[in-house]
Design a protein around this ligand. Structure first.
Ligand SMILES: Nc1ncnc2c1ncn2[C@@H]1O[C@H](COP(=O)(O)OP(=O)(O)OP(=O)(O)O)[C@@H](O)[C@H]1O
Ligand SMILES: [Mg+2]
Length: 226
């Protein structure tokens, strides 16, 4: 059974009374443990697709299935705990909470679930990504690469089934960007988490199980290799 499925997912926006189809009947099935890369030009619909797959946004038509469960019409109250427990998110702009330390940021999703081991888990992850020494630093005291490694720890603290990363290197220089992508790849390998990554990096795409290319809201290529 696929971990995640999009069945004819469409999304349309109306701007100045002009209808714009951003996603056009997307059919996609992601296997458990798969490392899927999504690429495509700016505006092709990558972030919109990720938002819909992860229940942050809703399609206008079509269904989204998490395993056997149809999550398309769930209320926000039903979706929020699924997002927290089942999905991890890494964004281009980190989205760390400025008033919390690195450790507190990582602990946060675990504390939401009342996990008594939140702190131990956070510290283990911070150590794994080489940030043990920065546990009590606040986001503004961290470099871009450190912020993103911290955000990756936060995304992993609840041991998610599916990790979504939307251009996680977009705000990093080349060396840090590469290190973050390598880290995601290693973590995927270690945890066997399903990884859905939007990236332009051909080097990383080459290491993915599958690469799909979006163009104007449709999948124009779907291949095991770049
Ligand atoms: N809330 C919105 N209202 C109107 N149009 C939107 C909205 N969100 C996205 N769009 C439009 O949908 C299209 C796809 O946007 P999306 O962010 O999914 O692209 P993308 O592939 O992630 O691009 P990028 O590589 O620049 O991040 C764009 O043309 C964008 O302007
Ligand atoms: Mg985007």
């Amino acid at each position: 059974m696929p971990a995640l499925e999009a069945r004819s997912v469409s999304k349309t926006y109306t701007i100045d009374s002009r209808r714009m189809t951003v996603l056009d009947s997307i059919v996609l099935s992601v296997a458990e443990g798969e490392f899927l890369v999504i690429k495509g030009e700016s505006g092709s619909g990558k972030s919109t697709l990720l938002s819909i797959l992860s229940g942050l946004d809703r399609p206008d038509a079509g269904r989204v299935l998490l395993g056997e469960r149809d999550i398309t019409d769930l209320t926000e109250d039903d979706l929020a705990p699924i997002r927290n427990a089942t999905f991890g998110f890494v964004f281009q702009s980190f989205h760390l909470i400025p008033s919390l330390t690195a450790r507190e940021n990582v602990m946060f999703p675990a504390e939401l679930r009342g996990d008594p081991q939140a702190r131990e888990k956070a510290d283990r992850l911070l150590e794994r990504v080489g940030l043990s020494g920065r546990a009590t630093s606040f986001p503004h005291q961290l470099s871009g690469g450190e912020k993103q490694r911290c955000a990756i720890c936060r995304a992993l603290v609840n041991d998610p089934q599916i990790l979504f990363a939307d251009e996680p290197t977009g705000n990093l220089d080349q060396a840090n960007g590469w290190a973050v992508l390598e880290l995601l790849r290693e973590l995927h390998h270690e945890h066997r988490t399903t990884l859905i990554l939007v990236t332009h990096s051909l080097e990383i795409a080459r290491t993915a199980d599958r690469v799909i290319t979006l163009q104007a809201g449709t999948i124009v290529a779907n291949t095991g290799h770049v």
